[in-house]
Design a protein around this ligand. Sequence first.
Ligand SMILES: *[C@@H]1O[C@H](CO)[C@@H](O)[C@H](O)[C@H]1NC(C)=O
Ligand SMILES: *[C@@H]1O[C@H](CO)[C@@H](O)[C@H](O)[C@H]1NC(C)=O
Ligand SMILES: *[C@@H]1O[C@H](CO)[C@@H](O)[C@H](O)[C@H]1NC(C)=O
Length: 488
Amino acid sequence: MARLGLWHFPPLMLLLLLLLGLFLDAAAAAGKGKKWGGDGGGLRFRREGGTFKVLQVADMHYADGRSTGCEDVLPEQVAGCSDLNTTAFLYRVLRAEDPDLVVFTGDNIYGADSTDAAKSMDAAIAPAIAMNIPWAAVLGNHDQEGTLSREGVMRHLVGMKKTLSRFNPEGVEIDGFGNYNLEVGGVEGTQLANKSVLNLYFLDSGDRSTVWWIPGYGWIKASQQAWFKQTSLSLQKNYRNEEPRQKEPAPALAYFHIPLPEFSSFTASDFTGVKQESISSPSINSGFFTTMVEAGDVKAAFIGHDHVNDFCGKLTGIQLCYAGGLGYHAYVKAGWSRRARVVSVQLEKTVSGEWQGVKSIKTWKRLDDEHLTTIDSEVLWNRGSNDSYEIAIPIEWTYIFRTATYLSVANCQGGAGRIMTEAEFRMGTASDASYSYLCTSCVLLVFSIVIVRIKKEQDALSNVTLCKWAWMSKEKVCNVCAVWALPL
Ligand SMILES: *[C@@H]1O[C@H](CO)[C@@H](O)[C@H](O)[C@H]1NC(C)=O
Ligand SMILES: *[C@@H]1O[C@H](CO)[C@@H](O)[C@H](O)[C@H]1NC(C)=O
Ligand SMILES: *[C@@H]1O[C@H](CO)[C@@H](O)[C@H](O)[C@H]1NC(C)=O
């Protein structure tokens, strides 16, 4: 068991983030001074039960309605099955759960089979609007395959009725369409009435890779992560500093479409639900999971994309959850019920009966069967559960690669892509080795330190011991490396 230690935050990375933070702070300051409700369409916890309930709808794959047939239904179910069955299920589950918000997590429409993308989207979302329930949507990888571009689909979504979806944050250069956050206020008339006690983040996880030599699906880009990080920082600051001041950050939930590579971290023994197909994450790791861990407020991330995976697994204090497919025009396994995921967030109550901040986050799924069966109920997060100490740190390749990258880029290259000069390198008389060799060796050394550290799962080995122990024996190189490796 390793404790979350300082080595998680190399100072240079912190410095970079700090600079980025300062830069973005200026951008955020413009949006300050807004009254409560400006960033959440007035979303609030309910007074009766002190709850806020979100229904996640994943992968409807809606196309042309009645004329679009169903995929993967039993032979006797083929006749008379269409997109209208998707609509019917959505109505049933909305009536049964009465959520405060519906989140459509992408592949809302199946563009390629839709004759008019806007019409398909209107029909797909219609039940939420008809039932007067606020809703939010993000894009998947199929939404833009029809008559509207990705940008066009998002523009259409933000113009629809009852939506809280937004196009992108204002005044921020950002990749993708539909990156935004919503704030959920405390119960009206209570101390926390004008504060966001639950935060929701929505991100565009892209469609296909936009880098020609990297195959596969898209990913959450650095610009989106910078926006997320800044938003999270500023929300946490407000929650702590504005009256009544709170000790811990408000918990948050993140919604997007494509699984992060970390969704592959689980075996059946450490998740709830099923994994019936491989995890279709992008072929590289852009580090959003690590970014969420660093931010510290996100307790669970919810996605779609892989229709027959519906599990939740916890990694480094964050629950990673699939919803399972809802749409009848989307592949599943014949005989395996379409489903939707519910998240119910519960507030704490004082002895005097006033609602406070969030106490727990629960989830379950509803199946489209005769009884709308509820399955896999579980608690995702509890206040005061001391997660960060309970869990072991996994060997986090994301982190190791990032560290190596920043070390080699920031320290080995003198800005213009060249190797540092001897003077810049401050190496004294290490004349025989080429600097590129030194850099490579140092990065490798750092790698081995990280790996040894993680494998030993303890902090007892000093950098000096490690340096002595390591295959690099040149004293000066070792000193430089030790300095670099100190934060590790
Ligand atoms: C689809 O809806 C029709 C009409 O309500 C119904 O008869 C049929 O059983 C449904 N099919 C499935 C697979 O649920
Ligand atoms: C919240 O804001 C409303 C409207 O501005 C105000 O009337 C109310 O007193 C505020 N409540 C608290 C607890 O600050
Ligand atoms: C959490 O766990 C750690 C290690 O087990 C312990 O030192 C710490 O006091 C705990 N914190 C709380 C708030 O319980």
